[in-house]
Design a protein around this ligand. Sequence first.
Ligand code: ADP
Ligand code: GLC
Length: 468
Amino acid sequence: MEIIHLSAECYPIAKVGGLGDVVGALPKYQNKLGHVAKVVMPAYQTKFLQENEFEVVYDGWAKLGFRTFSVRIFREKTNKLGFDLFLVHIQGLLDRPLVYGYEDDTERFLAYQIAVLDWIAQWEHSPDVIHCHDHHTGLVPFMAAYCEQFRKLNQVPTILTIHNAQYQGQFGWDKLHYIPAFDLWKTGQLDWRGAINPLAAAIKCVWRVTTVSPSYLDEISHRANGLEDLLAQERSKSFGILNGIDNEVWNPQTDPMLTKNYNARTVESGKKANKQALCTIFNLDPEKPLFTFIGRLVGEKGADLLPEIFYNALTTYSDQINILVLGSGDPQVEGRLSQLKDVFPGNYNAYIGYNEELSHQIYAAADFLLMPSRVEPCGLNQMYALRYGTIPIVRRIGGLKDTVLDIGDGGFGVCHDQTSSWDVGHAIGRAFDLYTDAKHVKEIRKLIMQLDHSWDKAAQEYIDLYHI
Ligand code: ADP
Ligand code: GLC
């Protein structure tokens, strides 16, 4: 099958969070299964663009309302990613350093979607499926089905994967003229509660909806930032497919970013060497258990509670634990997490910012990874932690519930039910007790490193779903 993945992020080209990881891996594993999976994404001004070789495959124009933009599509020449990568360059709109966060993000992603459809509609053949990821590509199913200009594509099956229903990309009806001419009877397909809602439009128009874990699919029929009724209504065409991880990128045995490589057999000495190196950099004590948090500092991740949680833990277990944070997001949370450095020097440290290499080093060095998420559609961090022998401490929600089993139930992680400082504090206490049982910790590390979260299974599940 020929599968076209459309996404705002794709690792290693541009990544903000897990969406990038998924779109950088799933197509590769689909290709390994003998299919032809391609990624078409915006051409941001990234290092990847400057450091690699491309050829131009399309030169054209895109109309966005009354404005016209020149469009150029590049193909990465070496195919070293394991899939064909196409970058959509739209001068003045997409050629900027960041993926998101501009005032005209609506215009940017709409122009990208229109340009992609313009291009694909000019191919001699049509792809077997167009696979859209999140709201930035959410108007593609509507436009492919109903816009006159893309008539050729109206029978191409479209799939939407919801990575996070919190973000929907809504905009006002005053921007309706951005969307190329379509059958006006279909206007209602764009609407959700008085606005044009790309995620809702995609849920209505696609042939199949998927969520990134089975539990998240159950949850969003009840709570999905206003889309719960729609999702409940469209449940019969929706499927929960648990994400995998790219075992080639996330492999402690070969990971070039680590101080020392290791596997399940050598995990004790491997972890020790990585912990030693990291603790030296961050002025922490390698003899003490190292707790960490890696991620976006936003409410969904429970980040607003972290300063209080860490303060309590460092007071309760004074001088017996270490905590290291890697994250960026809400400036207030960033500030409070930074302040703690002066309160607990030698036991606490934080790196505020985004640092891919450091994230690998922390997964390898840490003993425990905290994920007190309020919403977690899948979560990849806990799967990376498992692969690196780091014990996850997670709230039982979404994908965390589907991947981590509590030690009290014969499992390998520490689970709690609420995102509250009390619940997380209690979980940290249980982890601290576990750490004193060195034999049990060793057994768990060996076990979790051998759990199989590779993409092989999920990549096939998507293929099965495309046969519709
Ligand atoms: P989400 O996509 O909601 O942010 P996931 O758990 O799916 O959460 O994926 C997060 C990804 O982003 C992981 O690869 C994680 O290591 C990475 N990440 C998050 N914050 C940072 C950061 N500050 N520095 C480096 N990597 C980060
Ligand atoms: C989203 C979700 C996260 C998920 C990721 C990849 O960013 O918040 O839980 O793991 O997408 O699907």
